[in-house]
Design a protein around this ligand. Structure first.
Ligand SMILES: [Zn+2]
Ligand SMILES: [Zn+2]
Length: 299
């Protein structure tokens, strides 16, 4: 439930002028406004499951639309029943949305699959185990071309100009003397893209580690402390320690941001959750409302 200084779950990812939202709990539009982020930039919204604490912010976000101009479609992606929820809200609240809203329900949420892709990235969903059909997501950039070495291009006698551009794009070029130069002759190895994973409302399952491996940031629920492990299990949730174990076992995870805390904890008490997660994975930290961070490329 929302607390005076703690709204419900939502994660916003910004990349190249597009924004992507993961879940849309109550109060999400308040945070967008406080951060001066334009909802108009939101390209797609990914929903983990249709529990109220993850979707009650959606109608408000959709209603913002009647205030501004927008022509690009908004994609809503999530498990079955998302469409029903969106359509019922639109109808009952008589929303006048003047741009396309495209709801894509994940047909078989028990399968790992690509649910969305755009230029240079793809989003995959994978099944979680909760009291309702629930999925996690990874947002992953496809590898970028390796670094271009001008000295190697000169050595291969490729004239400076458009041919350099083609090589940088990964295309081979033919020179006037008939020789063909491959990009690999003038460029380094492809570089890893960035990866962000979003996991909430689930039992701690071994295979989640495989999905979230090599994430620059793994955002994971850390709902309870150690003493509540049984409660977590019964309610199909995770403790902060279990989130830490998952991050450690995954391998290659750089940071673990905890969220989705039980309202039973005060801000001070949350430090216990952080400590328990850090015992398993030292780069674990507590996120809080409007926490933000840059995600740099790996060089
Ligand atoms: Zn839930
Ligand atoms: Zn929840």
């Amino acid at each position: 439930m929302p607390l005076p200084h703690r709204h419900l779950t939502s994660l916003l990812l910004r990349r190249d002028g597009n924004s992507f939202l993961f879940d849309c709990g109550e109060g999400t539009q308040v945070s967008l406004r406080r951060l001066n982020l334009k909802w108009k930039g939101i390209h797609a919204i990914f929903i983990s499951h249709t529990h109220a604490d993850h979707i009650t912010g959606l109608p408000g976000i959709l209603m913002l639309s009647s205030q501004v101009e927008r022509t690009e479609p908004l994609y809503l992606i999530g498990p079955p029943r998302l469409k029903e929820y969106v359509e019922a809200s639109r109808k009952t609240l008589e929303m006048h949305i003047n741009y396309p809203v495209i709801v894509q329900e994940i047909e078989d949420p028990s399968r790992v699959q690509v649910v969305f892709e755009g230029e240079g990235y793809r989003v995959r969903s994978f099944p979680l185990v909760h009291t309702r059909v629930c999925v996690g997501y990874t947002f992953e950039e496809i590898p970028r071309p390796g670094l271009f070495y001008p000295e190697l291009a000169e050595e291969a006698q490729v004239p400076r100009g458009p041919l350099w551009g083609l090589l940088q794009k990964g295309e081979s070029v033919q020179l006037s003397d008939g020789r063909v130069v491959q990009p690999s002759q003038v460029m380094g190895e492809p570089r890893k893209g960035r990866k962000v994973s979003y996991v909430t409302d689930t039992l701690p399952l071994e295979y989640i580690s495989t999905e979230v491996a090599n994430s620059d940031y793994l955002f994971c629920e850390g709902m309870f402390d150690d003493t509540q492990e049984q409660t977590a299990k019964e309610k199909r949730h995770m403790t902060a320690r279990q989130a830490g174990i998952l991050a450690r076992k995954a391998g290659g995870v750089k940071n673990l941001g905890l969220f989705h805390y039980s309202p039973r904890y005060t801000d001070r008490e949350l430090l216990v959750l952080q400590e328990e997660a850090q015992q398993e994975f030292p780069q674990a930290f507590l996120t809080k409302d409007r926490f933000s961070c840059p995600i740099p490329y790996e060089e």
